[in-house]
Design a protein around this ligand. Structure first.
Ligand SMILES: NC(=O)c1ccc[n+]([C@@H]2O[C@H](COP(=O)([O-])OP(=O)(O)OC[C@H]3O[C@@H](n4cnc5c(N)ncnc54)[C@H](OP(=O)(O)O)[C@@H]3O)[C@@H](O)[C@H]2O)c1
Length: 326
C-alpha cells in the first residue's frame, strides 16, 4: 500500500470544500506508529479548521481529524509500546480523516475492552480535553458541583459522565428541551435550556453555586459565570463561541477568590499529551471498560461523506459525537 484515500480541505469554506483525494501513505518516524484507520471522530475544531480559522500546528498534516481508532500497521524506529495488529485509539494533531494516520506512540491507548472501533474513535479528543480542563485545571473534586455549558456536545456528554463518575454533582446548559432531557439521562441533575431560561436565575432559584464551570461559549457568559460561581470557584474556558473580547467587572475574582483559566489541547507537546494519556488509562479506562461511562454516538458517515458530517455538526442537531468510518 502506497496510496490512500483521505479528505482534503480544498480551500477555506463550507462543508462542500471537503473532498476525497488520493495521498501517499505517511511513514512512521522515530517513536511513531502507522495506524490503519477504521474510524475517525469529528470535532468542532475541525469545522473551524475547514473555515480557515484554526490552522494545524507546525509539523502537523494539513488533512483534518484529531482522533482515530484502528489497527497498528507499522512501527517507527524505537516504537515499542504497541505491536502490529494492536487495536488502538489515539489523539493526533491532524491527519485523522484518512485511511492511514501516523500517531505518536505515547498518544495512543488500547481500545477499551468491550468498545467498538467507532466508539473508541469518539473517545480521545473529548476525554483528553475534559480530563486536562475539568480535573487538572479545574480541580473538580467529589461532592463539588460543576456547571457544563453545551452539555449535549461531544465535550459536554463526556464531561457529564466523567464528573458524575468521580462523584460530582452536574448542572448543564443546552439548546433545546430534548437536549436537556438527554443531559439528565446522562447524569445531570439540572439541565437549563439556554434559549428559554437564564442560567444565572435558574441556578439561583435552585440554590446552586457551581464550584467549577466548563465554558465553551464566552461572550456574555463570562460575566454571568462570575456572577453564579461559588466562593473559591474555578472557571475554565475551552472555547469562545460567542466571542473572546468582553468588558467585565473583575471584582468577583477578588471577592470570591476565583480562578479564571483555560487551555487548548492541539498545540501541546507529545509529552504533555502523553501525561494526560497516562492519567486517562489509569483512571478513566476502567470506567469505560466497566460500562460506567460510554461515548454517545449520534451518527456515522463514510469517510467520503465528511462534508455531510460537517453539515450535521453545523446544524447542531446532534447530541454527542459524529464519527467517520473508512
Ligand atoms: N480548548 C480545547 O482544547 C478544545 C478541544 C476540543 C473542543 N473544544 C471546543 O469545545 C466545544 C465543543 O466541541 P465539540 O466538538 O463537542 O462540538 P459540538 O458537539 O458541536 O458542540 C458545540 C456546543 O456548543 C453549544 N453552545 C453553543 N452556543 C451555546 C450557548 N449560548 N450556551 C450553551 N451552549 C452553547 C451547542 O449547544 P446547542 O447545540 O444546544 O446550541 C453545542 O452543544 C467547541 O467550541 C470546541 O471548539 C475545545
Amino acid at each position: 500500500m502506497s496510496s490512500m484515500k483521505a479528505i482534503a480541505i480544498t480551500t477555506p469554506g463550507g462543508p462542500e470544500v471537503l473532498e476525497p483525494v488520493d495521498l501517499v501513505v505517511p511513514v512512521a518516524s522515530r517513536g511513531q506508529i502507522l495506524v490503519k484507520v477504521f474510524a475517525a471522530g469529528v470535532n468542532r475544531p475541525d469545522v473551524l479548521q475547514r473555515l480557515g480559522g484554526y490552522p494545524p500546528p507546525p509539523g502537523a498534516p494539513a488533512t483534518p481529524g484529531l482522533e482515530i481508532a484502528g489497527e497498528v500497521a507499522a512501527l517507527g524506529e524505537g516504537a515499542k509500546r504497541h505491536r502490529i495488529g494492536d487495536r488502538i485509539c489515539a489523539l493526533v494533531p491532524g491527519g485523522g480523516y484518512a485511511e492511514y494516520c501516523v500517531v505518536a506512540q505515547d498518544n495512543a491507548l488500547p481500545v477499551p475492552a468491550g468498545l467498538s472501533m467507532i466508539e473508541a474513535a469518539a473517545i480521545p479528543e473529548t476525554h483528553f480535553t475534559v480530563w486536562t480542563n475539568v480535573f487538572d485545571r479545574g480541580r473538580l473534586a467529589a461532592g463539588e458541583t460543576i456547571l457544563i455549558h453545551g452539555g449535549s456536545s461531544g465535550i459536554g456528554t463526556t464531561a457529564i459522565q466523567l464528573a458524575r463518575a468521580f462523584g460530582a454533582r452536574v448542572v448543564v446548559t443546552a439548546g433545546s428541551d430534548a437536549k436537556c432531557a438527554e443531559c439528565r439521562r446522562l447524569g445531570a441533575e439540572l439541565a437549563i435550556n439556554y434559549r428559554s431560561q437564564d442560567f444565572v436565575e435558574e441556578l439561583n432559584t435552585a440554590n446552586i453555586a457551581p464550584d467549577v464551570i466548563l465554558d465553551m461559549v464566552g461572550g456574555d457568559y463570562v460575566a454571568r459565570n462570575l456572577k453564579c460561581v461559588a466562593l473559591n470557584g474555578r472557571i475554565v474556558n475551552i472555547a469562545f463561541q460567542k466571542g473572546a473580547k468582553v468588558e467585565i467587572d473583575l471584582l468577583p475574582l477578588m471577592l470570591k477568590r476565583l480562578t479564571l483559566t483555560g487551555s487548548t489541547l492541539r498545540p501541546r507537546s507529545v509529552e504533555e499529551k502523553a501525561e494526560i494519556a497516562r492519567s486517562l488509562e489509569a483512571k478513566v479506562w476502567p470506567l469505560l471498560e466497566a460500562g460506567e461511562c460510554k461515548p454517545v454516538i449520534y451518527k456515522t458517515f463514510p469517510l467520503a461523506e465528511a462534508w455531510n458530517a460537517h453539515r450535521l455538526m453545523e446544524s447542531s442537531q446532534h447530541v454527542g459525537k459524529i464519527v467517520l468510518t473508512t
